[in-house]
Design a binder for this molecule. Sequence first.
Ligand SMILES: [Zn+2]
Length: 362
Amino acid sequence: MVKTLAAPAKYYQGPDILKDLYTYINHLGKNFAVLTDEIVLGITKDNLEQSFKGIEAGYDVIIFGGESTQAEADRIIDEVTKAGCDAIIGLGGGKVTDTAKLVADISGLPVVIIPTAAATDAACSAMSVIYDENGTFVVSKRTKKNPDVVVVDTAVIAKAPVRTFVAGVGDAFACYYEARACRESGAMNYTGGVGSQAAFAIAELCNKVLRENAVEAKKAVERKEWSETLDRCIEANIYLGGVGFENNGCAIAHGVYNGMTAVIKPFDAMHGEAVAVGTLIQLAAEKISIEEWNDIVAFYKEVGLPCCFKDLGVEDPDDELLMKVAEAGCTVSPNAHKMPFKVTPELMFKAIKTVEERNSGK
Ligand SMILES: [Zn+2]
């Protein structure tokens, strides 16, 4: 069996590093397209301008349409081609960065990813999640390569909404448990093999860093202040979780998420929030000990992670809805079938009910 480790070619992280952006990307060319939205542009404009001040290089701004769709990628490719850009920079949240990766993959241009929140582990991966115009998951497209450069300004992320940071903890927290399941089953990862020792060590480290730092890190985000603890946690949310999931594989935690977005309309929970509940569903399906369960749920509560469907904004999740989620969770994506045991909609439903009964107060 082939063991793999794939990651971004270069990764830079630290407070206020956006003002030196060009230093980290100057090997990619002189003319950049920055894909972003108005709000993020407002936050980052001064640093961007400072980074390109007095040098023979520049950038065009392309305002993102709001959804990571194929049509949006095609529109941006048109603009980037007309402007003759050397590389595309995805500056913003997960949908902006996913679209930038898709644009780069189709056009062949290098891509720089600058996440402005630590809400998901999407920044580092060779993967672009495509939705339709209504925000329904369509497909996770594998791109030909990981991003050329990932730049994480942790002072910017410190000022992002607390909810996005907590969601990012939820997404990254799934990584270790999904890695553990894939290692046991021998399931393929996303990079053409199974997780190497390095890949699994990254998943383990991700878990350890979150357990030791997430509670304190969240307080820093609440104060909108950068701290070393927060910096460590951001690395877990973005790099360790990202490289960790891609090289180890996903399992029920993300499978349930895919099921939720297909069935629950409207679905207002963030990716990482839903994945957090998915992790609990996976752990219930694995029948972990009640001690491990209580320990993890206590951590969830301290960090403020959702523990049941009601916490995700689903007011009255009846059995019919939960069964639909279980069925979709088994069919919309292959994730649920990476477990070391056979996963059926009935098994998934039972695990969902276990989580609901333990955590929803019903
Ligand atoms: Zn995820």
